[in-house]
Design a protein around this ligand. Structure first.
Ligand code: GLC
Length: 491
């Protein structure tokens, strides 16, 4: 029997990408479809992606087909939803439009109330789709707070009907602190009451993310380690006690990486392509980049990089302060990214402090990002928390050794064996303090100057398997489990 999965997300590549969620929603549904094709030995999964038809997507003129419209009920009256289909990829993608989505606002605006209406409308509109398509849904999978309302609504009789009657739900968690605060009015207007169960703290009973976590049949964090961390006060954002009560439903599945797009052998942005067999060619990228950015071309000086959203989550301040503590060592560094102004400013100050050896580029530049992964020796990722993380996987695939905080997906993807560094793929440190980072960085420099060990670390990283195949199979197993459970409960 084919398993039908409705996959909801606020953003997805190639339509629109703001953060890591866009990478995942753009890759995972296709990977699941491909992993379960006839002949794979697994039950076939008919997975369909649903995203809002954001203004920024319309501007890019994808070839879509208008399918029609239906009403989304509100407490009083209703709102129309228009459905468009994009079918050029491996799986069908539905783009939903309607007044709350139609505005020229960005994917995520700075106005939580506006975003609240947009994503509550979108979540409920997505629940109208199975009926509109006359397509049975076995699994509804939502991601983060934006689409969590769909899971919560399905726990209400009003929505659990027709082609959604037997649907089981999965809430995939990419980022716990973003809970959808300020959305209460939208929920009320669309007839969704807050949760009354005291198992949830009062403040969480009317925010979409906790509501979804409360109602979902399964909660899947984007890495096994993050799935454990969210049960602790440090990472649980005040929901750790509640999440502990749901621990039977929680697991972690690591994200994959688009290994076609991220391949140093074919990457068109690089000065010099290379792979494991031609690794000695890699330093040409370093020399080209040093020259291009006006840094002294020094092959033996470790070149550090940080490509990131400039956000407190990413611990950029930890790296910047840590670098000051390493000022007597020989290194160069390039920072690339945009984000919160005070973090951007800190990055710029580093260049002021070390004019000859630091470049801080406050911009988004896709090509340069690719070049940095291929040119730099060391990738810095001192995240305060990191549900999964993508950059560390890219850097390892490109032979750039990561130094990262031992948190979330970084623990699950980077292998660090302090006693036998030759078996490692990177360096991990525990506490998110500049002095701890500086100490780990000094250790990293020592390893860098032992070419045989360093080369082996690069090779280990480049040979690691970060493809989506693995994650796709694990999600499929969860789908099967849930459907079996559903059948059993009907007996
Ligand atoms: C969020 C998390 C990041 C994760 C991504 C995709 O952006 O911060 O760690 O990789 O979602 O799941």
């Amino acid at each position: 029997m084919t398993l039908n999965v409705l996959f909801l997300a606020a953003e997805a590549e190639p339509f629109i990408k703001v953060g890591g969620l866009g990478d995942v929603a753009g890759a995972l549904p296709e990977a699941i479809h491909n992993a379960t094709r006839p002949g794979s030995g697994l039950p076939e999964v008919d997975i369909r992606l649903v995203i809002p038809f954001h203004y920024a997507i319309k501007e890019r003129h994808f070839e879509t087909q208008y399918l029609g419209e239906y009403e989304v009920e509100k407490l009083e009256g209703s709102e129309k939803c228009q459905v468009y289909l994009y079918k050029k990829g491996d799986i069908p993608v539905y783009l939903l439009d309607g007044l709350p989505i139609n505005e020229k606002s960005p994917v995520y605006s700075i106005d939580p109330i506006h975003d609240g209406y947009k994503f509550v409308f979108f979540s409920l509109a997505a629940l109208g789709l199975p009926q509109f398509l006359d397509w049975r849904v076995d699994i509804l999978q939502a991601n983060d707070w934006h689409t969590a309302t769909a899971i919560y609504a399905l726990s209400k009789k009003k929505y659990r009907k027709g082609r959604l009657k037997d649907a089981r739900t999965i809430h995939t968690l990419h980022n716990l602190p973003f809970m959808g605060f300020g959305v209460q009015q939208a929920l009320t207007d669309y007839g969704l009451p807050p949760i009354e169960d005291p198992i949830l703290p009062e403040w969480a009973r009317h925010s979409p993310l906790p509501m979804g976590l409360y109602a979902a049949d399964r909660i899947i964090a984007v890495s096994p380690h993050y799935a454990e961390e969210i049960l602790t006060p440090e990472f649980g954002c005040g929901l750790d006690d509640f999440l502990k009560s749901r621990s039977d439903a929680i697991s972690g599945i690591l994200n994959g990486l688009d290994t076609t797009r991220w391949d140093p052998k074919t990457d068109p942005a690089l000065t010099q392509n290379y792979d494991l067999a031609s690794l000695p060619l890699r330093p040409r990228n370093k020399a080209a980049l040093q020259a291009q950015l006006g840094l002294e071309v020094r092959p033996d000086t470790p070149l550090l990089t940080l490509v990131s959203r400039m956000d407190p989550q990413k611990g950029i301040d930890i790296a910047l302060r840590g670098l000051h503590e390493c000022q007597d060592e020989d290194w160069q560094a390039v920072m690339l990214g945009t984000g919160i102004p005070y973090v951007e400013e800190m990055a710029q100050q580093l260049e002021v402090a070390f004019p000859g050896r630091v470049r801080s580029l406050i911009k988004f530049d896709g090509n340069l990002a690719h070049q940095l992964y291929a040119a730099a020796d060391i990738f810095m990722m001192p995240s305060r928390y990191e549900p999964c993380g993508l950059s560390q996987m890219i850097s390892m695939r490109y032979g750039c050794v990561p130094i990262a905080r031992a948190t979330g997906g970084l623990v699950d993807t980077i292998r660090y064996l302090p006693r036998s560094p030759k078996g490692s793929t990177g360096i991990l440190f525990k506490k998110p303090y500049p002095s701890v980072f500086a100490k780990a960085l000094k250790r990293t420099f020592r390893l860098y100057h032992k070419p045989e060990i360093w080369r082996q670390m690069q090779v280990n990283g480049m040979a690691s398997d970060f493809s989506w195949q693995q994650s796709a199979r694990q999600y499929e197993a969860v789908y099967e489990d849930l459907v079996t459970e559903a059948k059993r409960s009907k007996l």
